[in-house]
Design a binder for this molecule. Sequence first.
Ligand code: LLP
Length: 429
Amino acid sequence: MGQGVLSPAFTREGDVVCCEGVSLPRLADAVGTPAYVYSASAIRTQYRTLADALGRVPHRIHYSVKANGNLAILRLLRELGAGVDIVSGGELYRARRAGYQGPEIVFSGVGKTGGEIADALRAGVRLINVESESELAVVEAEAARLGVQAPIALRVNPEIEVSSPHAYIKTGERGTKFGIGYDQARQVALRSRGLPHLRLLGLDMHLGSQIPDVAPYVAALARLLELYRHLVADGFRDLRYLDVGGGLAVSYDGERAADAAAFGAMVSDAVEPTGLTLIVEPGRYIVGNAGVLVTRVLYRKQTGGKTYVITDAGMTDFLRPSHYSAYHRIESAARAPVWARSTVDVVGPVCESGDFFAVDRELTDVAAGDLLVIYSAGAYGFVMASNYNARPRPAEVLVEGGRFAVVSERETYDDLVRHEPSTLAWRDG
Ligand code: LLP
């Protein structure tokens, strides 16, 4: 085990890993494996820490549904006062099913369809974060058709370097597909003024994900506020929101996480003089370390000078190690970490060499039937699962104060073929 506690909700009691006092081996016996397990108290703690840190300025926390969109988690966060940040019609549907009302929703995303925009307008979302001049025209057309004024913000690319651990999760640098280029933003704002069904209410940015430092936010905010001042001088009177996106880092192996207090102090200092309402869109920070993936060892084998531990979870259940070379701590769920250890690859059953959770990792010796806990799997875990190799997606379980409930049933084989008709409805071409 590396240094530092990833989340106090997961503890070792005797030899056994527990979540809020619930034994993970016992939970796994009850619900099967693989299973995602989330701690309600860990989610609450993260939410409150961030809310406290932002307390000084008018602010809204819009949880980024893409990190973990389970309805039970969305409901739990709504009870705490969160809004949501969505990026698709499907996430809009989820958010509404979880009880979120239009004004509690911000709609982001680089490729919204006309239909999704119309649904969002009908739902009365607080803001649509527009990412291009062509999107502006689509929002105008949909709003005109519905006879409403669309509340919009412009997502501006501040073109700032960030030190994110993987290129795939950087978004705020020059040349990415995201947002409106900084140099074009004022023009796009002026263009929105000529479109009668749009109302420009704010500016928005999102720098990327897993950002531990405050410095990129400071630099990017300065750019956004400079643009804001130009727009005020241009006569924009309705600007009231500054959305700084998500991106706050969590610790995966004891490395430095984002410091909510430092982040809060910095954004408050920058935003307070403007009187704007701050919006933040955290995903990973809220749920990343509130969840683990529990998987059972199927086989242990030695081949080509290596030892493989083969688990019943694969890249179809949890993609991060394979897709981003992401490091996730892995521990035996039921044996003390002082047990004999050896260097192994922890791999899944999928027919891909990229199907791994850890490569050349020193791990407590485990055998077939033992349980492993893959930590920090609460964000971008289940939501990125697939059915490749016709593998049903795993169960999700929420633990709260010594109890647990399945919040998403393990898929069945029937689920896998549900949308494939046995009799084909041919149509003339
Ligand atoms: N807002 C927008 C517009 C976003 O695109 C994202 C994430 C967020 C907020 C939330 O970012 P967070 O606070 O979670 O860093 N699948 C990748 C992460 C992709 C993040 C995409 N955008 C991973 O597993 O690392």
